[in-house]
Design a protein around this ligand. Structure first.
Ligand SMILES: O=c1ccn([C@H]2C[C@H](O)[C@@H](COP(=O)(O)OP(=O)(O)OP(=O)(O)O)O2)c(=O)[nH]1
Ligand SMILES: [Mg+2]
Length: 170
């Protein structure tokens, strides 16, 4: 990371919670911990408290991202990844985890690291309604229109640049 650090106010809701810090200089995210033990059975989800609240400057947002280690080793994902923390939000940061492993229950202990927080500048936009949008090379192609998907055939339609749907088996 370069440039002048952005100042973010932080309040400990749980007085014993460690303040978030970077594992390595230059890391984009700071790890967030759970302040309570949790047990997630296969398919179960939980809203876990992090013990902190923050005040971001105007023009910034924070994004709660999953940890890749939890994903590959435990099959744990964030249901709403990335979670969006608004600049005006003063409540406790919370993380919605889900255990996607089909067999194993995953256990978290107090102060285990469960997610990471990335603070970013966000643009303020104004929307201008128009009858027609300007053309582009991609046009309306999306959802697999460029092909090359490994694995199973899904029932979902790819949208071709012409705007039509390529539906397998129809
Ligand atoms: O992973 C997350 C996502 C959100 N939040 C907090 C901060 C955010 O500012 C607030 C609202 O989040 P969001 O806008 O995603 O939820 P919503 O379902 O749209 O709720 P609301 O109607 O309160 O905006 O909840 C978290 O602590 N963790
Ligand atoms: Mg919202």
């Amino acid at each position: 990371m370069s440039g002048v650090p952005v100042d973010v106010l932080i309040r400990r809701i749980d007085p014993a919670v460690p303040l978030p810090s970077r594992a390595h200089p230059g890391d984009a995210g700071v790890d967030l911990v759970t302040t309570r033990d949790a047990e997630l059975a296969p398919g179960e989800r939980a809203l876990l408290p992090t013990g902190i609240a923050i005040a971001l400057p105007d023009g910034y947002a924070a994004f709660v991202h999953p940890r890749s280690g939890l994903a590959i080793h435990c099959g744990v994902a964030m249901v709403n990844a990335p979670g969006t923390v608004d600049a005006g939000y003063r409540g406790e940061l919370k993380v919605i985890l889900i255990n996607l492993d089909p067999r194993e229950t995953v256990r978290f202990r107090r102060f285990d690291r469960i997610a990471q927080l990335v603070v970013q500048q966000v643009e303020t936009v104004r929307f201008h309604e128009v009858a027609e949008l300007p053309g582009s090379a991609r046009a309306t192609g999306g959802f697999g229109s460029t092909g090359g998907h490994p694995g199973v055939q899904t029932p979902y339609a790819a949208v071709s640049p012409g705007g039509g749907a390529d539906r397998k088996g129809q």
